[in-house]
Structure formats: structure tokens, C-alpha cells
Design a protein around this ligand. Structure first.
Ligand code: C5P
Length: 409
């Protein structure tokens, strides 16, 4: 399985099998995963931080307290790392860390990631220790507690242990651990109601030509739409991304169609109206275009210039009017005032199932920036205000809501 774009935390405890973990990290990186390492204090006795930082190409997390030279600026990392992850893998897991997790402690980054992981994300735990210790009442009780919380415990293998004795307690080889991770992530993808669905996402700005060298446009970067396309692809959807001119890489597995004007976007999108399951209009489509495009380059001879603008097609609105009862239409509303009322009005007018209200200050929310504050409004439902999130995380929340709508149908 291609793990491109998957965010995986490897939690490493202080057991001899920790020496195999740089290889595990490398295998995951080769498959395209983004890997972050949370290492316990005891873990540092068995594997070097430098090796793990080098192979994971990122920092190695240990304490929940930021180093003092950052002046507390990354004080929320201990929470955001767990929220970032698509899976938490603890290998090797020692008796001590099993006890900490079962008790709900949060005294280092590994334990905190366990507590802050988003609901539904897989936790894979690979206990590895002396055979007798593994069978002890306390360890088995802690394992049972963690299982009851949804963690997947992978039984250690039998064979020669570090003590020289034979018994059950060996951590599986890194290749086998990767297979377990792939299985867990795959079954998650298959359980999503978006799996196999055809989703069309429009993204970015449109350009409306004035003459051959000038155009009308807006500040949209396409980041929100691209994040939605990526997140939908990761849930197993067949995604077509219809994008205006942006400087972004195509998310893995997503089919991209590049367009320039609203008319081109309408033509490209219209081909999918009858067949798609879900249409998400995240593009900032220009509402108007010049009535006529001037050939060549407009000369600056006149002291004043007047243009006649004509209305562009409403792409999402057209889809909303044409859709059949099982198709879903999702849109955005960029509003300055009376946001919720205007968004609800738009939802009705365009016949949408869900609308994401946002505003643009170009600092924390809306156009160009990497974060967004969305209020999600379902047809006939309450308005759910989300905090300021990365656009990636906001996209995941939007898709969670779409999944809920699909489940309720
Ligand atoms: O009407 P308004 O532009 O505020 O609606 C915003 C929503 O409609 C967004 O989801 C946007 O992608 C979509 N839209 C569209 N075609 C237009 C204008 C907006 O698809 N011409």
C-alpha cells in the first residue's frame, strides 16, 4: 500500500528491540509516509535520537515541555502532534509504558499522543519484553484495558529473547510491523462512507480575461480545495480536482483538470454533474467577467476606462439545481457580516446539503493563508463553529461531517 501523505507517529520505549526502529522509520518513509518519533527517556538508552531524527527527517519528541530557547512559542506541540496523526504505532511497547497508557498518564510526548489522537485513528501497540513479564497479571490487565479502549495489541512473537531464553516477547520485524500498519489504515479507508465515491472538488481562483495580457481575479490560493481533495483521496474516494490557476502540487491519487476562467470551470465540472456522488465547490469563482475580451493589449490612451461586466455561471448552484436525491452538494460561503444568516440563505438558494461559512482576513482565515475558521451548517441542522485549524485539519472535519450525512441517509 502506498502510504503517501499518511501521518504516522512511532512511539519507541526502552526495550532492546528499539534498535530496530530506525529501519522501521526508513521503511515507512520509503512508502511515502510522514513519520514523527516520540521516544521515551528509557528509549534513549537503546536507540539514538540522532539516528531517528535523521531517518525521520524531523525532530524527535520526548518531553511535553518545549525547550526554553523557543520561549514557549511551540507550547501546544504536545497536543497538536497527536491531532496530526493518522496512526499511532508503539513499538516496542514496554510493561512500564503499557501501565502508563492504561492509567491515562501524560508525562511524556508518547503518552500525550495516545491521549490526543483523534477518535477513530488506529493505535497499534507491539509489546516486547521478557516472556514471563509479558504473561504477568499486571501486564495482561493493562493490555486488556488498552484493548477495551480500541487499541490494537499485536501479540509478541515467540523465539529467542535478549536474555538468551526462548519465550513469547519478541517484537515482530519492521517489515511485519509495516504490514500491520497498512492493514489498519486500509481497513479504515474501507470503512469510510466516502470509499469508492466519486467526488468532484473545485478549487482556486478563476481568471477572467480583460485583454490578452490582463485579467480579473481574486486572492484565492486553492489551499482549502486541495486539502479537501487530498483528504477525500485518503478516505478512498475517486477525486477529480478542477482547479483554477494555482501554484500547488496535485495531491497523490487525485485526477486534476486545470482551467482558467469560470466558463471553463463550468464546462469541466458540468461533465461530472450526472455521474458524481458529491460535488464540493471550494473555488473562489469570479462572479463577473468582462462582457468582451479585447484582442491584443489594451492601450492606456484614455484618462478613464469603463468595462461592462456580465455575470458568470453559478457552477455549484447549477449542480444544486440539477442533482438527484442521492447526490450531495457542498459549498463555501465567504461572508463579511450576518455570516450564518447569509450562509443559510445560500444553502437554500443553491440547494446545498452542507455549507462551510468562512471569512477572509488573509492572516488567519480565508484566502492565501494556511489556516481557516469554518462554521459548518447542514441543511436543517445547527451551525457548528470550528476553531482556527490548519486547512488540512479543517478539510478533515468537513469530510467527517459529509461522512455523517452519508451515514444518516
Ligand atoms: O454565491 P457565492 O459566490 O457566495 O457562493 C459561494 C459558493 O458557490 C462556493 O462554494 C463557490 O465555489 C460556489 N460558486 C460557484 N460558481 C460561482 C460562484 C460561486 O460554484 N460562479
Amino acid at each position: 500500500m502506498d502510504l503517501t501523505g499518511k501521518n504516522i507517529i512511532i512511539g519507541i520505549c526502552g526495550g532492546i528491540a528499539a534498535y530496530k526502529t530506525p529501519h522501521l522509520v526508513r521503511l515507512l518513509k520509503k512508502k511515502g509516509a510522514n513519520v514523527r518519533v516520540a521516544l521515551t527517556d528509557a528509549g534513549t538508552r537503546f536507540v539514538s535520537e540522532l539516528s531517528l531524527a535523521t531517518v525521520s527527517q524531523g525532530p524527535v519528541y520526548r518531553s511535553i515541555f518545549p525547550p526554553t530557547d523557543t520561549h514557549g512559542t511551540d507550547f501546544t506541540t504536545h497536543i497538536s502532534l497527536g491531532e496530526w496523526a493518522d496512526a499511532l504505532v508503539i513499538a516496542p511497547a514496554t510493561a512500564n509504558t503499557l501501565a502508563r497508557l492504561a492509567a491515562g498518564l501524560c508525562d511524556d510526548m508518547l503518552a500525550t499522543c495516545f491521549l490526543t489522537l483523534r477518535p477513530g485513528k488506529p493505535v497499534l501497540i507491539f509489546p516486547a519484553m521478557d516472556g514471563q513479564m509479558y504473561l504477568s497479571h499486571s501486564v495482561q490487565r493493562n493490555i486488556a484495558t488498552l484493548k477495551s479502549q480500541g487499541a490494537v495489541i499485536i501479540e509478541p512473537e515467540s523465539g529467542e529473547l535478549a536474555s538468551g531464553q526462548c519465550g513469547t516477547g519478541r517484537m515482530p520485524e519492521p517489515e511485519a510491523i509495516v504490514e500491520h500498519i497498512e492493514t489498519a489504515l486500509l481497513s479504515l479507508v474501507h470503512s469510510s462512507p466516502l470509499h469508492g465515491k466519486s467526488i468532484v472538488v473545485t478549487a482556486g481562483p478563476t481568471r477572467e480575461k480583460i485583454d490578452d495580457v490582463r485579467f480579473l481575479s481574486n486572492y484565492s490560493s486553492g489551499k482549502m480545495g486541495f486539502a479537501i481533495a487530498k483528504a477525500a483521496g485518503m478516505r478512498g474516494a475517486r477525486v477529480t480536482l478542477i482547479s483554477g490557476p494555482v501554484g500547488l502540487a496535485t495531491p497523490p491519487g487525485v485526477e486534476r483538470i486545470d482551467v482558467e476562467s469560470a466558463a471553463e470551470m463550468r464546462d469541466a465540472a458540468g461533465n461530472f454533474f450526472p455521474s458524481c456522488d458529491i460535488f464540493i465547490g471550494a473555488a473562489a469563482v469570479a462572479d463577473y467577467r468582462p462582457a468582451a475580451v479585447i484582442r491584443g493589449k489594451l492601450k492606456k490612451n484614455d484618462p478613464e476606462l469603463q468595462f461592462t461586466l456580465v455575470k458568470n455561471p453559478d457552477i455549484l448552484g447549477d449542480f444544486g439545481q440539477q442533482k438527484n436525491p442521492v447526490q450531495l452538494a457542498v459549498g463555501f460561503a465567504l461572508e463579511q457580516e450576518n455570516g450564518i444568516d447569509n450562509a443559510r440563505k445560500k444553502l437554500e438558494e443553491k440547494n446545498l446539503d452542507l455549507i462551510a461559512l468562512n471569512f477572509s482576513d488573509r492572516r488567519t482565515s480565508g484566502f492565501e493563508v494556511d489556516t481557516n475558521m469554518l462554521t459548518l451548517i447542514k441543511r436543517g441542522g445547527p451551525a457548528t463553529e470550528l476553531p482556527m485549524l490548519s486547512k488540512e485539519e479543517a478539510a478533515r472535519k468537513l469530510l467527517d461531517t459529509i461522512e455523517n450525512i452519508c451515514r444518516q441517509r
